[in-house]
Design a protein around this ligand. Sequence first.
Ligand code: GLA
Length: 726
Amino acid sequence: MPVRYNEETRTFHLTDGSRFSMVLRAAEDPAGGLTLYQDYWGAPVADGALAYLNHTGSRELASFDQALQLPLFAYPTSGRGDYRPAALRAVGADGTDCAILHYTGYEIVPGKPALKGLPAAYVEDEKEAETLIIRMQDDKTMLQVELLYTVMTDLHVLTQSVRLINGGDSLITLHDPASCCVSLRGEYDMLHLHGAWAKERSVERAAPMHGVREIVSCRGASGHQHNPFVAMTEKDTTEFHGNCWGLCLVYSGSHRMLAEQNDYGYTRIMGGVSQCAWRLEPGEEFQTPEMLMVYSGEGLNGMSDTFHRLIRTRVCRGVWRDKVRPVLVNNWEGTYFNFDTEKLLGIARKGAEIGAELFVLDDGWFGKRNNDDCSLGDWVVNEEKLPGGLKLLADKVNEMGLMFGLWFEPEMVSPDSDLYRAHPDWCLHVADRPRSQRRRQLILDMSRRDVQDYVINAVSSVLSSANIGYVKWDMNRNFAEAGSALLPPEQQGEVHHRYMLGLYRVLEEITSSFPEVLFESCSGGGGRFDAGILHYMPQTWTSDDTDAVERLFIQYGTSMAYPVASMGAHVSAVPNHQVGRITSLEMRGHVAMSGNFGYELDLTRLPEEEISLMKEQVAFVKKIRTLTQKGRFTRLASPFEGRFAAWQFSDETQDELLVGVFQRYATANAADTFIRLRDVDETSWYQDDQGRRWHGSALRHVGLEANFERMPDAASLVFHLKKEKL
Ligand code: GLA
């Protein structure tokens, strides 16, 4: 059983049986009664093995601190003498903030309960998981806390979320209730993914030191700046070896993730929503987002592989979850706003010629939108630009054998739009303050039901008007003056989270009404790349930076938590529009085929040699995409650390491998470099598409030669290997 309870010691042992254990224990609270402690999370231990530990805070000399700095509270609250960052601040009607959570009982249920209104990992069969619900209560305010821990056995994952219920008869205000809190013994590095527009998810690893290392988004989106993912690693943990603990929040809004190291040898880590002051009236409940928790004893690659499988198969949903993704052509960098039907059909026709399967019409098809000044909110086709409307265009594209896809930015409104003129209070704003614009747009107040319904209807009616098989759902600015006209003053602190609940409702409705449509999310590129959004839309546009060299960093960092099948990656024109770099079509293709492959340039302006190389590229992508989208991805060499980036894909049986090796810059008289593969059958011979042979043992222990002699900056080598059958 994944959840085992020992009545005598009141200990809960959660384990998948092979990769991890978490041990929780109900024991005396320093303030009297029982509370819940988290004794351990890490490699598997035997039942009862940790009985000798005592973390209830009775170390005598520590009492000089007059603080509860030792107990490993499973859900610490503020104001009670535990001076570390709290998982919860719960302010009672008397204005005080010192909830003391007493353990009141537990329940073990098969499967995994869904979280009301929020995305979460799910099971398809109850046998896949078991859930422990621990109940606690603050006797003064009667705040009831339920900690939900699920062991997803075959996926080797633990999830946690928290339900808070006001069981009393007066108001309780919750401040940033965390989704999980974990203590680890010892000192660690914290690895996180930081960035900005066009340079998302750079890998940074540093010790929290003594004190707190915290990443926060107060943007109303998970953001380009700090992805809601952290990994704690031991000092000597590498991609291939050592212990690490990954936390990935299933949430797309404002969040916080932190690690605190104290002087008693413990590191506390936690994460959840931020910018949230939530009034919980008697009888009401608040559900936190879910945290996906992965322990790996096999380095960062081991952790990433577990996250990839989980997110790809039990966070993403819908018919596209398991289908190979179409090769697309998007017109954005090819035309920007400057297109008409003829131009678009010309690009689509070339797309069909090279073997693409989906043509995507990006921004600029609606209202009066010929630049980014206007019309967001007016989701009506611009017939001047596209006579005959979307139906005619979609039909013509379909006749060429391609699916037709469309861009939307449904959460936004331009001040110059009919929607804004009719409903100036539908955007997030604060009365008597200016409304700050970014990209000349404001954000619709998705916390309002009428706004949610407007968006559902507007998008649905466009989707019903033509044969649209794909939607790119964009979100190009972050919150400022985030007030809601409908909420009373005392509830304005709920806007960030209410926005997300509203957005998730909209996405649930639209994606279930149009189950065949492939949705790709976007937020100025990868500004909302998280496990929450992937629940509704199985892929995300990774970054507006399409330069192949920059993409090595971005895709490498993204892969720490997110599967390759979730990353949109396109070949664009050179000189590249973001950095001006010229890279070969071959290299651009090799980088893009390490994600959901597509082209984003004006195909009608390319020389015939490039078109014929593209035909070869597309044929090759079709051959390898099951492997890249569903196989195991392993990072082999980091672009953050040297001249090369390298990664490999392998299928379950190690019959087929794809290895990409990328030289960022050339150097004379370079040292010999060999890239050692990981996931390879060491007893078999492999052959590549050119008939070259390597033995698996050599691939593993000596490696493929990264021979870039006399090759320029930004060069790539791709090896497609198949095991020889005896
Ligand atoms: C954002 C997206 C781009 C493109 C533009 C259109 O920047 O990330 O891919 O869709 O919007 O305005």
